[in-house]
Design a protein around this ligand. Structure first.
Ligand SMILES: N[C@@H](CCC(=O)N[C@@H](CS)C(=O)NCC(=O)O)C(=O)O
Length: 204
């Protein structure tokens, strides 16, 4: 039997959530390693060898060492669920859509949502940040809503790793993106009901 994948995280509800959820959906064995930041465990020479930035998630799968949650999910879905949770390369249109949503989830959505953690140091800065997230969310709805009004999953072929990435990130802007927006409310309910997501506490 091959060694389980090592998954380094701080907690269930950090950016390791999407990786763990995907591993569960694929039934791929893995071991959680929860690092204690306050005890310097993200700063040890051993961990810095795996991830020089000292961030999580990081995976070790045999001789593959990878950080960046979207890259990890792209890699894992291709390696362990090719043609299922990851569309095949020869399905060019579907694969292009899939790649778009995988990149959109972190490059557009999460990049904006993350400002609500970093750009909130004064009441004035917070006001600017929340206004920005609200405005950007209206742009996000322009691409998400038309798709989720006509289908249950972000790809017409069905549930994929792109749904995992999106659904793990979207709640960060719940009040602007999901609340009062039926297509996204229904989508998130479907995602929250997935046994693999429940098992690894993605939405807790
Ligand atoms: N773009 C990276 C972001 C990684 C990241 O910033 N992770 C956070 C946890 S969610 C972290 O490790 N923060 C370090 C810290 O809090 O010191 C990814 O998607 O994996």
């Amino acid at each position: 039997m091959t060694k389980p994948i090592d998954l380094y995280a701080m907690a269930y509800q950090d950016r390791s959530d999407r990786v763990r959820w995907l591993l569960e959906e694929m039934n791929v064995p893995y071991t959680n390693h929860f690092l204690k930041k306050k005890d310097g465990e993200m700063n040890t020479p051993e961990y810095r060898k795996l991830n020089p930035m000292g961030r999580v998630p990081t995976i070790v799968d045999g001789d593959i060492v990878l950080h960046e949650s979207a890259a990890i999910c792209l890699y894992l879905a291709d390696r362990y669920s090719y043609g299922k949770l990851a569309p095949k390369m020869d399905d060019v249109k579907l694969r292009a859509e899939y790649t778009k949503w995988m990149v959109f989830s972190v490059g557009s959505l999460e990049a904006v949502i993350a400002r609500m953690f970093t750009h909130v140091n004064t009441p004035e800065e917070s006001a600017v940040t929340y206004k920005y997230v609200k405005e950007q969310s209206e742009f996000f709805k322009l691409v998400l809503n038309p798709v989720l009004e006509k289908q249950d999953y972000i790809l017409e072929s069905g549930f994929s790793a792109a749904d995992i990435m999106l659904a793990a990130v979207i709640p960060g802007a719940h009040d602007y993106l999901v609340k009062g927006n039926p297509p996204l409310e229904r989508y998130m309910e479907r995602m929250k009901a997935r046994p693999a997501a429940i098992k690894v506490k993605v939405f807790e």
